[in-house]
Design a protein around this ligand. Sequence first.
Ligand SMILES: *Cc1c(COP(=O)(O)O)cnc(C)c1O
Length: 809
Amino acid sequence: MFDNKESFKDMFKKELVSQLGKPVLQATHADVYRILGMLIRERIGPDWANTNQSLQAAKARQVYYFSMEFLIGRQLGNNLLNLGVLEMVRDGLEELGFDLAAAEEEENDPGLGNGGLGRLAACFLDSLAAQQLPGHGCGIRYRYGLFEQKIIDGHQVELPDYWLQRGNVWEVCREDKKVEVRFGGQVHMSERENRLQIELTDYESIWAIPYDIPVVGSGSSHVNTLRLWSARPGNEPIKPLASKDGSYYNYLNYYRSVESISEFLYPDDSEYEGKQLRLKQQYFLCSAGLQSVLRTYDKLGLPVQSLPDKVAVHINDTHPTLVIPELMRILLDEKGCSWEQAWHITTRTVSYTNHTTLSEALEKWPAGMLKQLLPRIYMIIEEINTRFCAMLLQRYPGEQERISQLAIIYGDQIRMANLAIAGSYSVNGVAALHTEILKNREMKVFYELYPEKFNNKTNGISHRRWLIHANPELARLITEAIGTRWIAQPQEMIGLIKYAGDPGFMEKITEVRRNNKLKLAKYVQEKLSIHIDPDSIFDVQAKRLHAYKRQLLNVLHMMHLYNQLKDNPSADIVPRTFLFSAKAAPGYYLAKSIIKLINTVADAVNRDHAVREKMKVVFLENYSVSLAEKIIPAADISEQISTAGKEASGTGNMKFMMNGSITIGTLDGANVEMHQMLGDDNMFLFGLNAKQVMEHNQKGDYCPRHIYEVDSRVKEVMDQLIHPGRFCAEGQHFEAIYQSVLHHQDEFFVLKDFSSYVEAHLQIDLAYRNASEWTKKSIMNIAHSGKFSSDQTIREYASGIWRIEPHVT
Ligand SMILES: *Cc1c(COP(=O)(O)O)cnc(C)c1O
């Protein structure tokens, strides 16, 4: 049906009339979206079935990527692209009088992730399928995604994100593949035929219903599966309707409590969230996912000992760590394995990615809570810990301190990272610097115990979504210059280096980038009624709001720049537009204050006619994948300014680079690897490095107040946070922000890096004046960005961790 344009048009018209019962001319954009979705699903169906069948027949080794988040973004455009019919469908629709872009806007972003970690999972799925690798996602079908952010009076307001409101054309409910998940209850042990028998009674039974989303491989007929689980009440008998004792209402309450398990995504990012419901969600994912993996495995008819030869289970951060005790439970209690057998199988099946060096973000659960919610799982964790500590005592006699650092259960806490490392065969960090910090600092004792488990896999992004789909004009230009090979092999973009001095190419790329800026300017005008100048520097920071990402440093610099313009209205600066987009966790007061501060500064600056030619500040609400796709292709400057040592990798940095933005950044996360390729000429580095930050922390010799006292620029902007004047109205102030810097010792070294950051911005101002040099830098960034393709990252996971191979049907 997608063979050629004419057959597509016929099919589209037929489907539209038969599905909607209205004439083609009356179809809305939403109708066009839905019909396209249905046609694509029909088109994918046979390939999907074939892929599964063929993998099963070949008994291919497969990887299951467990993640609490999959930030997959809109599916329509990406599916059309991966099926190779995007242009044809766009043209066909146009001939029928419809606009594909408008239809794409009708799709709700599935907000099934918080930020980088969830988006990484989505890019990985795309790259697995593109390389015909047998790899599937396993997650939760949250009915409510991350909240929808509205900015009201400068403040973040959270609205529920009911992304499923209009249904989801991409999913297929596999009712027949539901599995039972058990919570609570009592564990009974008995002996039968010389074996320990475990029975759970009085438990709460819940059905996990899988909803499958196809993941289409670009340029092939390979289709993997993203399986998302939804909770539904289990084997309870339905009480007679409206009986006198109110049992119907009790039943409804019970029903609601069960459904709440897959009700919403926790909107916290990297901070410990101690909610029992979150623990329930984690076990729900692990148990349902593993049961379904094992059911597929059982069909192969192989002994359970061969599981590690056929199945790799990967956990994206510690959130799905319960796969380890859950796999142990199934092997021990259901498959009749001995402890040694079960442990041998488990620790050869599971691998783990660590995503943070922030110690407050390392997950811990109160032992009591876990024991009550999952009594059998708790017993197994206790046994793992007992045996682990016995081994440690032998290996490190007398080293109490070391052993207590390694222990899985410590005090009343279960340390999920410790469990994940002990129970898996591979532990990877997500950028070279991050992995080194894990080995030498955060996880040092584990690295000394298991050096062979540790490895690095630098994060990556899908160039299909982040370049070809988000920036089609740039993609076309790249193809014009170097041919089409880069599409399958993004490393080939390195060939663009030749064009970094080519006047014809430079002119074209400048035009493409200016068009993107015009488009964003139009969007900003429509959304916020703010006029921004496409010839100003678009200076962008778009990512979750977090103290360590230092949006505050960016704001203090803007305040300083504005102060300078007020002191000297004729100052010769290149006009700047500062753009922000960021959601803050709803309970994270400081982060929300920073959003308010950005908007307060924006109001003051944008209202001031005296600086209107030179400076604007824009906050775009509700950062999401689809908004990122609009913002990133229009950015001149990419702000990657985290406190060195705090950002594990970052992936936003890679998206901007691939679209030709120049980074201002610290030597943190993947910026370090970026700098190794680009050098000082094509990037603006500033600030402390990770080692210097660590040394200050060890010595405790950093005094922010000293900087406040000696640097008048710093004093001025800090005082403006708490005194009415240029920014704050009477009665308004940002006390908490002020205190976090001056009284709580500026944990993130904002003032320490201020001066060097201001200097780097002066360099940007100078560099931008030389348009051709700037364009060269931009081309150099694009040319080197192939290193950060998630296709490359996934090849490294496939060969170095999972040992899976492309499967050609
Ligand atoms: C890429 C991405 C992120 C991660 O950005 P960082 O700058 O790496 O923190 C967060 N949210 C969305 C919507 C993204 O697309």
